[in-house]
Design a protein around this ligand. Structure first.
Ligand code: PXG
Length: 287
């Protein structure tokens, strides 16, 4: 189906949205992105996503021709123009166009694309039965080399390698560790576990993406009166947890029932996880 796409500073038909072969995003992965969900025609946590996008851009010194409010306005307008209700909004910004890596030779503005697409979701059975996860050999990037809080397109070669590893053994997700072997995150999701009624999740400084869904889930757990501890954990903590779950724009909240072939708890989605999934649905509905 034909649809509108926002490209640079105008709305064009998707088949007319072409990018240069000299785009720095294509040549070097020199850009950033956001994946946002729309529910009932409204972009979920749009401000949080746009703020994260602008933080990523600032860190990479990529300049935008408009401010955050105007950018959010373009996302909302595109949703209206495409008359979509529940969809995946993809925002990609690259430094712009020049062959050669020196950014001073970039001509014109950053390349900016916003599109709305169909969501590809985990099957319903995975929410009911839970996901099996394996630890992959590919580590998350060391923050001193590639700051994970920058959602850069280039960084995702690591996550894609990790996903390939998980796919090869038929796992639903791949768990990535830090260089030191601490639990970081999955290839496209943040990770949480439950032990004795307390919820634990890796601290941001370890080299994880500070997920928008992670933030929402921490708020919801707070509303539910459940303590959330951000810290440094090993796989032992997950193997011996009562429950575990993953969060992300794509997965929302999904139970994780196995890690490296070991059952977590009794190997079924846990009661707190199931309660949280319901609470997340209610939270989304009232946004
Ligand atoms: N960690 C990583 C490495 C991610 O890529 C998350 C955590 C969860 O963050 P959010 O803000 O979504 O709660 C992500 C999210 C895509 C796509 O295009 C990737 C993500 C989200 C949406 C779309 O594949 N990654």
């Amino acid at each position: 189906m034909d649809k509108w796409v926002f490209l640079n500073s105008e709305y064009v038909r998707s088949e007319e949205a072409h990018l240069s072969i000299y785009d720095h995003g294509f040549l070097y992965g020199d850009g950033v992105f956001e994946g946002i969900r729309a529910y009932n025609g409204r972009a979920f946590k749009l401000k949080e996503h746009v703020d994260r996008l602008y933080r990523s851009l600032k860190a990479l010194w990529i300049e935008m021709p408009f401010d955050q409010a105007a950018f959010a306005g373009h996302v909302e307008k595109l949703l209206e123009m495409n008359e979509v209700s529940d969809c995946y909004i993809r925002v990609t910004v690259s430094r712009g166009i020049t062959l050669g890596l020196d950014p001073k030779n970039i001509k014109g503005q950053a390349t900016i694309v916003i599109s709305t697409d169909k969501l590809s979701l985990y099957p319903k059975s995975m929410y009911e039965n839970g996901l099996e996860v394996v630890t992959v050999a590919t580590r998350v990037a060391n923050p001193q080399v590639l700051e994970p809080r920058i959602k850069s397109t280039g960084k995702y070669v690591c996550n894609i390698q990790a996903k390939i590893e998980a796919n090869h053994v038929g796992a639903g997700e791949g768990l990535m560790l830090t260089e030191d072997g601490y639990v970081a995150e999955c290839t496209g999701d943040n990770i949480f576990y439950v032990k004795d009624g307390v919820v634990y999740t890796p601290a941001a400084h370890l080299g994880i993406l500070e997920g928008v869904t992670r933030g929402a889930v921490i708020d919801i757990l707070g509303e539910m009166g459940i303590e959330v501890v951000m810290g440094v954990f090993t796989r032992f903590d997950l193997y011996t947890a009562d429950e575990a779950f993953l969060t992300g724009t794509g997965a929302e909240v999904i139970p994780m029932v196995k890690l490296d072939a070991r059952s977590i708890g009794d190997g079924k989605p846990g009661p707190l996880t199931n309660k949280l999934i319901d609470a997340f649905k209610a939270y989304v509905a009232r946004q």
